[in-house]
Design a protein around this ligand. Structure first.
Ligand code: PLP
Ligand code: 3DJ
Length: 396
């Protein structure tokens, strides 16, 4: 198997095995100095001139091209900005406008709540019989009927890691006349994605997980190139205008995917992401996937051998699993806090999921075995059974 490990490229704390890069990626070693230099040389020296001289204005598209390469999309089809939740709203609203004769958004009840909240909010705003319909992930294919305007799914379920087949679902959605929106939050940088081959109209995602852009790193949106000059953005901000610096009083959409920009880009955060994205230049996503699966299979085998209290919540078949492995345990919150206190960082998702992410750029087989030893110690010796681990915060 190709060696794609580049641990030295990350600043990871001593004595920590980080299995939560599926929620917040670690700090790439090159980022602090480059962000510092950007602040001193660009913001500090150029002041307002940085928008032109340092091309801050072009950064959402420039970094968008770097993300496009990770998700199998052509240059010019992805733009950065805002939070993922906002990008979901944009893709959904533009998707609905492509199917004005239909009123139903279809999603699944494994989707991340914010995606569903965005759809709920949009449906309430539009009234006129609009509806959000959710079904179990296994029932999505049967539920794609001819009244669906937009199918909106997250490819990899944030809790279980269950993975939809992007190509098959999109083909069916199109056969039934629906528009397809994919949320790639748990896919971009985690597994190979081929937006072009999928033929989906829209995709959105975030960059603070597997792409290591840091907390608050901006989201992205992809629009299929043949639609990019016709889709109607519902959030019509000035930087999505065709000529923002003409300051026209009415909106005219910008060229291509640029129309999905809204307001001022987060330049410092985009700089951190731009540096972090350099790590992907030599990564073959198929090699990354093979390495991720090998780590996950090792983890499942060792946990099942050594930790009888945990029940696998992720699909056993690696082909339909993303890059995480989740376990059910009734006292999962307390157990996860005890595991974290001993240096293995995963996270907990209500009601009972202990979740571990696998990121082969900085996690290797020895880390997996060392993590299993700590998890086994906590679980088999009931080290979690302690008043110190009452639910306080649910972030991890
Ligand atoms: C699938 C999915 N969608 C949406 C979100 C929300 O993203 P944001 O907080 O950047 O809006 C997340 C993670 O937080 C997510 O995992
Ligand atoms: N975006 C997050 C945040 O701002 C704080 C804490 C966690 C997150 C997350 O990304 C959660 C993540 N989407 C999840 O899969 O649970």
């Amino acid at each position: 198997m190709a060696d794609i490990l580049k641990k030295d490229a990350f600043l990871l704390p001593e004595n920590v095995i980080y299995l939560d890069g599926n929620s917040l990626g670690p700090l790439p070693r090159a980022v602090p100095a480059r962000v510092q230099a950007m602040m001193a040389d660009e913001w500090g020296e150029m002041l307002i001139r940085g928008w032109n001289k340092a091309d801050w204005m072009g950064q959402p598209s420039r970094v968008g091209d770097m993300v496009a390469r990770i998700i199998g999309a052509p240059d010019g089809s992805v733009v950065m900005g805002d939070t993922l939740s906002i990008k979901v709203f944009q893709a959904l609203s533009s998707g609905l406008k492509l199917r004005k004769d239909r009123r139903v958004i279809l999603s699944d009840n494994g989707n991340f709540p914010s995606d569903l909240y965005m759809a709920e909010g949009l449906v309430k705003l539009l009234e006129q019989g609009y509806e959000l319909r959710t079904v179990a992930p296994e029932e999505v294919m049967d539920a794609i009927s001819e009244d669906i305007a937009v199918v909106m799914l997250t490819e990899v379920d944030y809790r279980t890691g269950r993975k939809h087949d992007m190509k098959t679902v999109t083909e069916l959605a199109h056969a039934k006349g629906a528009v397809m929106v994919w949320d790639l939050a748990h896919s971009a940088g985690a597994l190979p994605v081929d937006m072009t081959a999928s033929n989906a109209e829209f995709a959105v995602g975030c960059t603070y997980k597997y792409l290591n852009g840091g907390p608050g790193a901006p989201g992205f949106i992809y629009v299929r190139p043949d639609l990019a000059d016709t889709v109607e953005p519902a959030l019509a901000g000035w930087l999505g205008h065709r000529q923002p610096f003409e300051f026209d009083l009415s909106y005219a959409p910008g060229h291509g995917v640029e129309r999905m920009r809204v307001g001022t880009p987060p330049v410092i955060q985009l700089t951190a992401l731009e540096v972090a994205m350099e790590l992907w230049a030599d990564v073959d996503m198929n090699d990354l996937r093979a390495a991720s699966i090998a780590l996950q299979e090792q983890f499942i085998a060792e946990i099942e051998r050594d930790v009888p209290a945990l029940t696998l919540a992720s699909p056993r078949d690696a082909a339909i699993r993303g890059s995480q492995v989740s376990w059910r345990f009734e006292h999962g919150y307390a157990a996860m806090q005890a595991v974290i206190d001993r240096g293995v960082i995963g996270d907990f998702r209500a009601p009972d999921i202990m979740r571990f992410g696998f990121t082969p750029l900085y996690i290797d087989s020895a880390d997996v075995s060392a993590a299993v030893r700590i998890i086994a110690d906590v679980m088999n010796n009931n080290l979690w059974d302690d008043d110190a681990y009452k639910v306080k915060s649910r972030v991890t």
